[in-house]
Ligand binder design. Structure first.
Ligand code: PLP
Length: 375
């Protein structure tokens, strides 16, 4: 599943090389002190790989969501529609902009239910923020159609499905702006880190300035005399992370291929016997999680026991449900929003998410599938 499993001497070498090529420096500038730019290079590689006109590396996925929301002019008083099966970071980023999160339920695809969106739109709505959960893309055609009808912007949170595609295009590149996370649990990792992807020059420009204290990196001036129009914050990625990212990106296709082989084993066995997660047509995932539903509580518990004793475990469902379902977020949401999330909670209550580990052999997945089938 995640990139941390395939970290080896290549990453170690890439980071230690920095010390021979100028030392630990900021992501840009100081040309006379260095031979290499790692973060800027990582961005260039991502632009080509994901076919996105602009890519900006930042310090985390959460920072990426916040900066992207601000680039879409989300301000205090605005509303942003996101979803109930999610990660708390999305809600935090919306609240940090002073805006109000509005929660749509998910359906059995475990992604935003497009039929929920229209009833949630108000005069204050500015952005729809679908989250491509656990390896599978949301129904982007329907979401974009609604956004167009109401003149809303779309921001894709693609922290959890890096490398997945929808209608042949990489998730995170299908709307106004998309974001990735490279934290330790994601498809590729830089320890901490994030990326903002867009085809819109103005959005990229805003994000670039905001993440670097408003610096315009005006080529006519040295950094100390740089021009500025907005103030921002420091959400820069470090050169060490940039070096890691470059190596990890090269491993992404291998990770997806390995995931897919293991996923298929589960899909062809468990997927035939149990109700499984609905995958939209035209969608190609990153295959890092296989999700199915078991209504019978006793049986569900037996399956979970098997998964935990095998060392494979579960991924977020049910082990980290409280961090991924808005029903549990009374520290951040209103009681009405919590109550509206009950439909999602009911779906998630019966779900089991099996993580796909690259370090676990295909044989181990065959064995666990057989054990689950024979219960
Ligand atoms: C991981 C994750 C984030 C946050 O990313 P960080 O890099 O850890 O800040 C945001 N949204 C989703 C859906 C995630 O899974």
């Amino acid at each position: 599943m995640p990139g941390f499993e395939v970290i080896n001497s290549q990453e170690k070498k890439a980071v230690s090389k920095i010390f021979d090529e100028g030392g630990v420096l900021i992501a840009h500038g100081l040309e006379n002190k260095r031979k290499k730019f790692y973060v800027r290079d990582f961005e260039k590689k991502c632009k080509i790989f994901f076919n996105s006109k602009y890519c900006l590396a930042v310090s985390s996925g959460t920072a990426a969501i916040k900066i992207a929301l601000k680039s879409l002019d989300v301000k205090p008083g605005d509303e942003v529609i996101t979803q109930s099966f999610n990660f708390i970071a999305t809600i935090e980023a919306i609240l940090d902009c002073g805006a109000k999160p509005i929660i749509a339920n998910v359906d059995y695809s475990l992604n935003m239910d497009p039929s929920e969106i229209e009833k949630l739109i108000s005069k204050k709505t500015k952005v729809i923020l679908p989250v491509h959960m656990l390896g599978v893309g949301a129904n982007m055609d329907q979401i974009k159609k609604i956004a167009k009808k109401y003149k809303l912007k779309v921001l894709e949170d693609n922290c959890e499905s890096i490398g997945g595609k929808y209608k042949g295009k990489y998730l995170g590149t299908l709307s106004d702006v998309g974001i990735f996370s490279f934290d330790y649990g994601k498809m590729i990792t830089t320890g901490e880190g994030g990326m903002i992807l867009t085809n819109n020059k103005k959005i990229d420009q805003y994000c670039r300035e905001f993440h670097d204290h408003g610096h315009q990196n005006n080529p006519k001036f040295p950094r100390g005399r740089d021009t500025k129009e907005i103030f921002g914050f420091n959400y820069r990625m470090t050169e060490m992370q940039g070096a890691l990212g470059k190596v990890q990106l090269k491993k992404l296709n291998f990770l997806i291929k390995s995931n897919q082989a293991r996923y298929r084993i589960l899909d062809n066995t468990i997927g035939k016997k149990f109700k499984k997660r609905k995958i939209p047509s035209n969608s190609k995932g990153s295959y890092d999680t296989f999700i199915f539903f078991v209504d019978d509580k006793k049986k569900r518990e037996k399956i979970l026991d098997l998964l935990y004793s095998s060392g494979i475990g579960t991924k977020n469902l049910p082990d980290a449900k409280e961090w991924h379902c808005s029903y549990y977020w009374d520290h951040a949401l209103t009681s009405k929003q919590i109550k509206n999330s009950i439909a999602t909670k009911k779906i998630l209550d019966n779900a089991i998410a099996i993580p796909i580990w690259v370090s676990k052999k295909e044989k181990e997945y065959r064995i666990i599938a057989k054990s689950i089938m024979s219960l």
